[in-house]
Design a protein around this ligand. Structure first.
Ligand SMILES: *Cc1c(COP(=O)(O)O)cnc(C)c1O
Length: 411
């Protein structure tokens, strides 16, 4: 038997699982068939409120929509956050439907000319990933007779310690090496663009407040040094994000209040070259990861060499991360439950496997769950970020699952 991660507090309780006021079976009935994703936007809204309470007032909150680009989720969060961060022309279109362009920034390597032009025409900020991209953005602005809004993404000297995905302190396709940033900023300012500041992202999925505090302090110091070298105050410094969520056994939730308190102190003592700068933090999974549940029905129950397998109608083609094949080296168990189980159901050790014909398709490996049978519904938690859109949906040709966003604040 193997442990699994903790079920988010909002979904803990005795008896059948309730999501945003309804049972798993009711949600599947609403959608027509299983599997489905259900997102409770009220949980994401509560994360926004917690961020606001914890962070200094001058720090804006951006939502990185690649974590969950379901349009109702973008709409619900757009009303609550200060900006939307996008990483493709497609995401730019989704964001423009919900937020004024001057609140949208566009990061990511390999932006095509058509994507640069769309961002410039709309008036969104482009976070430049390289000197070459800067020249293409300047040229696009000239072609369109429009002044581009450009920020420079920095490949920082440091990395976010303990983060699941490190994005600094090494050679990188993301951002411009810090020592080359001042020259690039001077170049784009001289070209007449509307310079928006720096974007400094050092890593993702960190659960250690100390590591984030340390990285934010280094990020502020780096921004101050670069601003001094440029000689112009950056209007905005995007401090990155990296707030993680507890997916696995033993993970402890991030102490966001400690991060906010420390950042308040650092901002109070920041360099004079950043005196009037605004700051932003961009978050994806911390806002939406815990609000989503993937619901999939048991098709078959079988035994093999003494082990019980629950074969479900979903799998890694919808929820790749839970199978351990998205950014993790060792498969550890996401939290799962039998959504239809009575509170007093007996338990057993089982593996939950998907319906794809590959041994990789295992949603839970030898976990203790209430005894389940065909027709029961399995809930896979932590499915609100990097779920459906980060999964190989075309693999094996099964139908696309429905996504339902509840509690969007709009009827
Ligand atoms: C993906 C991404 C994010 C969001 O990361 P999370 O780990 O989901 O918070 C933030 N900023 C940038 C630049 C990204 O590429």
């Amino acid at each position: 038997m193997k442990p699994m991660g903790a079920i988010p507090a909002e979904f803990q309780g005795v008896g059948p699982l309730i999501i945003a006021g309804r049972s798993a079976a009711e949600w599947i009935e609403t959608a027509g068939s299983s599997p489905i994703f259900v997102y409770d936007a009220a949980i994401a809204a509560a994360r926004v409120a917690r961020f606001r309470a914890a962070m200094p007032k001058r720090v804006d909150l951006h939502y990185a929509i690649k974590a969950n680009p379901a349009p109702p989720m973008i709409a619900a969060l757009a009303r609550l956050v200060d900006g939307l961060d996008v990483a493709s022309g497609g995401e730019l279109s989704l964001a423009l439907a919900e937020k004024p362009a001057d609140r949208i920034s566009f990061a990511g390597p390999g932006k095509r000319d058509a994507e640069l032009e769309a961002a410039i025409m709309a008036g969104a900020t482009i976070n430049l990933e390289s000197e070459g991209e800067a020249e293409r953005a300047i040229a696009a602005g000239q072609r369109l007779c429009t002044t581009p809004r450009l920020a420079v993404r920095v490949n920082p000297d440091m990395e976010l310690r303990g983060s699941g995905m490190k994005m600094g302190g090494r050679a990188s396709p993301f951002g411009v090496d810090a020592d080359r940033v001042p020259a690039l900023v001077k170049r784009i300012v001289a070209a007449g663009v509307d310079w928006q500041g720096f974007h400094i992202f050092a890593g993702s999925q960190a659960l250690s407040a100390e590591a984030i505090i340390e990285t934010q302090a280094e990020t502020l110091a780096l921004a101050g040094r670069m601003a001094d070298a440029v000689g112009v105050m950056p209007p905005l410094v995007n401090l990155g994000g990296g707030f993680g969520i507890p997916y696995f056994p033993g993970d402890v939730a991030l102490d966001v209040e400690a991060v906010g308190a420390a950042l308040g102190e650092r901002l109070a003592e920041r360099a004079g070259s950043l005196a009037d700068t605004r700051f932003a933090i961009e978050l994806g999974r911390w806002l939406v990861g815990e609000c989503g549940v993937y619901l999939t029905r048991v098709i078959d129950r079988k035994e093999s060499r003494g082990e019980v397998f629950l074969v479900v109608d979903g799998g890694l083609h919808h929820q790749l991360a839970a199978s351990g094949n998205f950014g993790t080296v060792v498969k550890r168990n996401y939290p799962v439950s039998v959504a239809t189980a009575a509170y007093d159901a007996p338990t057993e050790a089982v593996s939950v496997v998907g319906c794809l014909c590959t041994p990789l398709d295992r949603l839970a490996d030898r976990v203790m769950l209430p005894v389940a049978h065909p027709g029961d519904i399995i809930a896979v938690f932590m499915a609100g970020a990097y779920g459906l859109t980060a999964s190989p949906t075309a693999f094996l040709g099964h139908p696309q699952p429905a996504e339902i966003t509840a509690n969007t604040g709009q009827s």
